[in-house]
Design a protein around this ligand. Structure first.
Ligand code: SF4
Length: 118
């Protein structure tokens, strides 16, 4: 089976061809990171999630957040549900942990912006 994908590890966006048999063979990559990316995509795809969380008592109603590490792609939907459930209390600072170890993934949901008390 041959899968085609675009490497998203740098802006060059190499077009990769990944041959999956007993072993995984990657071509089209201009560097080693492309091979790692393709192998992870085939075996255990992961992403950083970015979103927003509602804020109570702040000068703005929302704060932007992200996971502080990549999480399994098949958990994104469930994690988004957790993010949508929660409300942060103002003040919120950049780097504040809004959800610790979300769904046991080992990743925290952290604020990427500041919200003052409003
Ligand atoms: S294979 Fe290397 S050069 Fe190509 S997009 Fe990925 S990281 Fe960039």
């Amino acid at each position: 089976m041959i899968k085609k994908m675009t490497c998203i590890s740098c802006p060059l966006g190499c077009q990769l061809e990944v041959e999956v048999n007993e072993t995984i063979k990657v071509t089209g990559n201009k560097c080693k990171r492309g091979e790692e990316y393709a192998k992870n995509e085939v075996t255990n795809p992961k992403r950083v999630i970015t979103s927003t969380v509602r804020v109570e008592g702040g000068d703005r109603p929302l704060v932007s957040v992200k996971t502080d590490k990549e999480v399994p792609k098949d958990k994104i939907f469930e994690i988004m549900k957790e993010i949508n459930k929660i409300k942060a209390l103002a003040p919120v600072n950049i780097g504040d942990i809004i959800i610790e170890n979300v769904l046991g993934t080992g990743a925290n949901i952290v604020a990427t912006a500041k919200v003052m008390k409003g």
